[in-house]
Design a protein around this ligand. Structure first.
Ligand SMILES: [Zn+2]
Length: 131
């Protein structure tokens, strides 16, 4: 598919650099769309200790399901990067960040609650509504 379509899906999935959609495969009969996600980074920060500019140790194949795209089951496939860190000596998998990654979801929720506290000080603070 065209570069523009892949850019569109990268944005729609909320993928963050260095991750992007390289290929998409829509199967209308199976009502399923598969995305091949790639990282272009050769060096990344260590997720364990935070040391910057560490080399890629290896890549591990992973497949996982995303929220559906309309009526289509959406699946992501990627060779997940593992960093071999010179600073802490650990080999750590670097997570693929996208919209619906639970940690990011929780962060947005906390951020939203913080915003509520800032803008509407008279509102009770103990509500935990879904959004
Ligand atoms: Zn490290």
């Amino acid at each position: 598919m065209s570069l523009q379509v892949e850019s569109l899906f990268t944005a729609a999935l909320g993928l963050q650099a260095p991750w992007k959609v390289a290929k998409d495969d829509l199967d209308t009969a199976k009502r399923r769309i598969d995305f091949e996600v790639i990282s272009t980074a050769r060096r990344l920060g260590c997720p364990s200790c935070g040391a910057a500019d560490q080399g890629v140790h290896d890549r591990v194949r992973r497949d996982w399901r995303h929220l559906d795209f309309f009526q289509f089951e959406a699946w992501l496939h990627a060779d997940i990067t593992r960093i071999g860190c010179m600073a802490c000596g650990k080999t750590t998998q670097v997570p693929v960040r996208h919209h619906y990654e639970p940690q990011v979801h929780r962060w947005h929720r906390r951020q939203r609650q913080a915003d509520l506290r800032m803008h509407t000080p008279a509102t009770p603070m103990f509500r935990d509504e879904p959004f």
